[in-house]
Design a protein around this ligand. Structure first.
Ligand SMILES: [Zn+2]
Length: 84
């Protein structure tokens, strides 16, 4: 993942100097703190912390789609075998 940030104070160029993965031990949760420093030539030199979290998928991961399709097919085969 590539992220660009601007200084929240002067909107100048800023870089991420460090990050802290707060949810690394929690399944299906993604939350990071990004430590940011303003490095703009005419900037303010501020340092700040941003939060980066996962909201939702636009397309589900491919293995999920395949396994969902496989489950539906298996259920239909079961119904056919049982004569329903
Ligand atoms: Zn700044």
């Amino acid at each position: 993942m590539s992220v660009r940030v601007k200084c929240p104070h002067c909107k100048g160029k800023a870089i991420i100097t460090n990050s802290n993965d707060l949810a690394k031990d929690i399944k299906d949760v993604f939350y990071k703190e990004l430590y940011v420093q303003c490095i703009d030539k005419e900037g303010c030199g501020a340092r700040a912390v941003f939060g980066l979290d996962f909201k939702h998928y636009i397309n589900p991961p491919q293995p999920d789609v395949v396994s969902m399709a496989r489950k539906i097919l298996e259920q239909q085969e079961q119904l056919n075998i049982n004569g329903v």
